[in-house]
Design a protein around this ligand. Structure first.
Ligand SMILES: NC(=O)c1ccc[n+]([C@@H]2O[C@H](COP(=O)([O-])OP(=O)(O)OC[C@H]3O[C@@H](n4cnc5c(N)ncnc54)[C@H](OP(=O)(O)O)[C@@H]3O)[C@@H](O)[C@H]2O)c1
Length: 309
């Protein structure tokens, strides 16, 4: 069975991982869409590229033409994530592309109200837009957080200097995580599965912070400190205080919001997942991930995603 996959935002981290996996399959033809083809890795020479920005309708129509599925890998401002995706979806409808994989790969945003975890608002809008389509079926892949980003200083949980995990709540809350590569393996399998539509829950691992700390010790032979920073209510209060202090300073509170909505259960994907639909993909657990990254690389692991393709 041969299939043509269109990948919008092919220069990005996730798109590079996905493209490199799909290129190994001789039955797959890939079309890529980007604004700067010079950023596309040389190893992607078999990808047929269409150049254009997110609002260039003729270029988008040309890009989606002939695709069996279009995967959107954009990441950017709300206008890109809503209007940019709507243009891709409209082009899919016009050109007879039956499936559109939304730029999701995240927590379960379907249980959030608009405004609660604002970076996920565009996904709520795009899911509603796809649900209302009759020609194009939407695909939404939920993976939890990208494990690669969890240990970065920006997320505020792992302090590499003091080897400390700093958590909120009881410490028994579940963290759902999937590596970029593993999420790309599942997405490649979904692209090849013509019947795959709607929400797919494809998660590498689920662990509490204490279990992650135990895995850390087992893998690196170093016992990390594990420190509670306060209750869930304390976290809620802090994130709102920070937001009210300077709403424009997104980075002072955005990760606190993610932390809060991930561990208070609102955005939990499981405990039931769809991994069994794709037994050819092995889920990469939190401990599997740690076994493949050195302790030194852990805080900056995001910087290498998509670089070795
Ligand atoms: N669950 C998680 O923890 C998590 C974390 C991160 C990302 N994600 C998800 O993963 C997906 C991809 O993220 P990523 O990390 O691969 O992002 P990324 O590396 O930043 O790539 C973003 C892509 O979007 C393109 N883009 C940005 N602004 C654009 C614009 N105005 N017009 C056209 N293209 C534009 C970029 O093109 P240029 O190269 O030209 O800039 C690039 O190809 C997104 O769905 C995101 O929500 C999930």
């Amino acid at each position: 069975m041969s299939i043509t996959v269109g990948i919008a935002g092919i220069t990005g981290r996730f798109a590079r991982e996905l493209t490199s996996i799909l290129l190994k399959n001789p039955n797959v033809t890939i079309k890529g869409y980007c604004r700067d083809p010079s950023k596309v890795p040389q190893s992607f020479s078999n990808v047929s590229l269409v150049k254009g920005d997110a609002y260039d309708e003729p270029a988008i129509q040309s890009f989606v033409t002939g695709c069996d599925v279009v995967v959107c890998c954009y990441l950017g401002d709300p206008k890109l994530m809503v209007e940019g995706q709507k243009l891709l979806i409209d082009a899919c409808a016009a050109q007879g592309v039956p499936r559109y994989v939304a730029s999701d790969w995240c927590v379960d945003y379907t249980k959030l109200k608009l405004g609660q975890l604002f970076p996920k608002d565009p996904m709520i809008h795009i899911k509603a837009y796809l649900d209302a389509q009759d020609k194009v079926k939407g695909v939404h892949i939920l993976v939890g957080m990208f494990t690669n980003g969890f240990f970065g200083a920006h997320f505020g949980i792992y302090d590499a200097v003091t080897t400390t995990f700093k958590y909120w709540g009881t410490g028994n809350e579940i963290w759902e995580g999937t590596t970029y590569r593993n999420a790309a393996e599942y997405t490649a399998a979904v692209c090849l599965d013509k019947d795959a539509v709607g929400i797919l829950k494809l998660v590498g691992g689920r662990s509490t912070i204490h279990e992650i700390a135990t895995s850390f010790e087992r893998v690196y032979g170093v016992k990390p400190n594990v420190e509670c920073q306060g209750s869930l209510d304390d976290l809620f209060k802090l994130m709102n205080e920070q937001r009210e202090k300077d709403p424009k300073d997104l980075f002072s509170y955005m990760f606190l919001l993610f932390h809060y909505y991930m561990i208070n259960g609102t955005t939990e994907i499981g405990p039931q997942y769809d991994n069994d639909k794709y037994p050819q993909v092995k889920p990469v657990t939190w401990e599997d991930y740690l076994r493949n990254v050195s302790q030194d690389q852990l805080p900056n692991a995001m910087s290498v995603v998509g670089q070795n393709v």
